[in-house]
Ligand binder design. Structure first.
Ligand SMILES: C[S@@+](CC[C@H](N)C(=O)[O-])C[C@H]1O[C@@H](n2cnc3c(N)ncnc32)[C@H](O)[C@@H]1O
Length: 205
């Protein structure tokens, strides 16, 4: 099978610390799998973090996906929570490029993926539940490269992250489950969520 390209079209103004950790996880895992990860539509003034630049197969692009794939649109699959068809292993033969919205998860979802849907790429859903962007890429890789049907992937929905005896946060997303039954999250994410929760409590006083 030809190596796959995973593209995240960055749709937020800035690159916040959550997105940075998600993008770093996607870059590292794509590189380990022999695939390319491209972060597209970056504003010209955008400073790519050193950790991301250090991943050899990572590519930062100022151009948007429409321009990049003007001639090969039919090989690009948009992962779209509103698509009518779910992603299946045979989509690995139909598409070379998998496109995701570079948007942080929100609850309730605001359907910002619609900004990419209107560009006319063919869409596939990853089941009914919202995933973080790095989870969506991980699941897509398991389906199209690992040939695992979507329904056979082990998931954890809405996990509670317990920081100490008194503090926990519920994450309203679907994650892939690791061998210990825990949600797979980017390195550093649990600490970052814990710090944000502490800050939110401090801001109350
Ligand atoms: C955190 S999600 C954003 C969903 C968001 N609430 C929205 O406004 O569309 C980031 C990206 O992951 C992909 N994604 C997440 N869950 C998905 C699902 N269930 N099916 C297909 N794609 C999904 C989509 O490409 C989406 O743009």
């Amino acid at each position: 099978m030809a190596p796959k390209t995973y593209i995240v079209e960055h749709l937020d103004e800035e690159l916040g610390p959550w997105s940075e950790l998600e993008y770093l996880a996607i870059a590292t895992e794509s590189h380990e799998a022999g695939a390319k990860f491209l972060l597209s539509s970056l504003p010209s003034a955008f400073k790519v973090p050193d950790a991301l630049n250090a991943v050899p197969s990572f590519v930062a692009e100022n151009r948007g996906v429409e321009e990049l794939y003007a001639a090969g649109k039919s090989r690009v699959c948009l992962l779209d929570p509103s698509a009518s068809k779910d992603l299946a292993p045979e989509d690995g033969d139909n598409f070379d490029v998998f496109l995701f919205g570079g948007i942080l998860g929100d609850d309730p979802p605001r359907d910002r993926t619609s900004e990419l849907r209107k560009k006319g790429f063919e869409g596939r859903r990853l089941g009914p539940k919202q995933m973080t962007t790095d989870t969506a890429v991980r699941v897509t890789r398991l389906v199209v490269e690992g040939k695992t049907p979507l329904l056979e992937i082990p998931y954890v929905d809405d996990p509670d992250l317990q920081f100490n005896e008194h503090e926990s946060t519920s994450m309203p997303f679907r994650y892939v489950k690791d061998k210990d039954g825990k949600p797979i999250m980017p390195k550093g994410m649990v600490d970052l969520i814990g710090k944000d929760a502490d800050k939110a409590i401090d801001d109350l006083f």
